[in-house]
Design a protein around this ligand. Structure first.
Ligand code: SF4
Ligand code: SF4
Length: 328
């Protein structure tokens, strides 16, 4: 797809081009070629409608925004200028101050936009202000009037690092926040966890929601089945070693990383197939155990491995039995 179509503005695509792009997108997002027609129809609709996207940030490091900007095929420029209409984003938008408040208010009043939430939501109102106004005051109406809502990243989905044990703000994920203010989540909220969220998981979900409506999700985690349907362990290239019970004893050894604390059995994503940075590498191929960055428990407990340092082998903050049971 790159090369032939890359320099061509997306809006100039004809039906045959759309089908080609739809097929490439379907394969790229791991949906299979049979979704090409659906993707092409969705793209057609997107290009004519350019639905507004309101992107709010709570307690976050902006890592998921950076990851989103690393999207390729389609690239960030195409997504931002041709496929969606990003009306507001705290770090990408040039709009500031009162003008930013006006854009947010106007968008919410008009309704029917896609709301993207990045970062956790603090129960303490003064812990997160947007244009001087508490996020907790703005968010219920923003959620209520949205066509659909995507939680981008683990912090927005489940609380993540800002909601770690002992945090003073009582931070939570969007689903927990919506429940706390009695807003329904069913068929509206899609969780796209990851620390950060993979650009393909996010852009693929965004395209699917806009083109086809609410996707098939895990009934408990609300994660799209297309990207979060299998455990890392199930598709891991080191599964061969796991089956033979050949374990690495220290970093750099051959063998399954289970004894070095791998949480692949507890994490559901397509990292082994998709990899990161355009398919260059990923955690386990780089010799690092999976830390289950997409799981609801990620980084929540204060004894989570990456809060500690100086240990040769990180004892994991999960019960051995739980990891073993998930790995079977
Ligand atoms: S425990 Fe980790 S390294 Fe071993 S097979 Fe499972 S995911 Fe791969
Ligand atoms: S391999 Fe595990 S820790 Fe690494 S990105 Fe994938 S889910 Fe996250």
């Amino acid at each position: 797809m790159k090369g032939k179509n890359a320099s061509k503005p997306v809006k100039s695509f004809r039906r045959r081009d759309l089908l080609q792009v739809g097929a490439a997108l379907a394969v790229h997002f791991g949906l299979g070629r049979r979704h090409a027609e659906v993707m092409a129809a969705g793209l057609d609709r997107l290009l004519s409608e350019r639905p507004p996207v309101l992107w709010l940030q709570g307690l976050s490091c902006s890592g998921c925004s950076v990851s989103f900007l690393n999207t390729h095929e389609p690239g960030p420029l195409e997504v931002l200028t041709e496929i969606i209409s990003l009306v507001y984003h705290s770090t990408v938008s040039a709009t500031q101050g009162e003008q930013a408040n006006e854009v947010i208010d106007r968008t919410i009043q008009a309704g029917d936009y896609l709301l993207v939430m990045e970062g956790a939501i603090p129960a303490m109102p003064e812990a997160c202000l947007i244009g001087g106004r508490p996020l907790t005051g703005l968010l219920p109406e923003a959620v209520r009037r949205a066509r659909a809502i995507i939680a981008a990243g683990t912090c927005a989905s489940f609380g993540g690092i800002p909601a770690a044990e002992g945090n003073p703000t009582s931070a939570m994920g969007l689903e927990a926040f919506m429940e706390s203010v009695k807003l329904p989540t069913g068929q509206r909220l899609v969780n796209c966890p990851g620390c950060p969220v993979h650009p393909a998981w996010f852009v693929g979900t965004l395209a699917t929601v806009l083109a086809r409506g609410y996707p098939k999700v895990d009934p408990v985690l609300l994660t799209p089945a297309a990207f979060y349907g299998h455990s890392v362990h199930d598709e891991c290239p080191k599964f061969y070693y796991w089956e033979k019970r050949e374990f690495a004893e220290k970093f750099g050894d051959e063998g399954c990383l289970f004894k070095l604390g791998c949480l692949g059995p507890l994490s559901h994503t397509d990292c082994p197939r998709r990899q990161w940075n355009g398919g260059v590498n990923w955690c386990i191929r780089a010799g690092a155990p999976c830390v289950a960055c997409t799981s609801p428990d990620f980084a929540r407990r204060k004894d989570f491995p990456f809060y500690r340092k100086g240990e040769e082998v990180h004892a994991v903050a999960y019960k051995e039995e739980d990891r073993l049971e998930a790995a079977q």
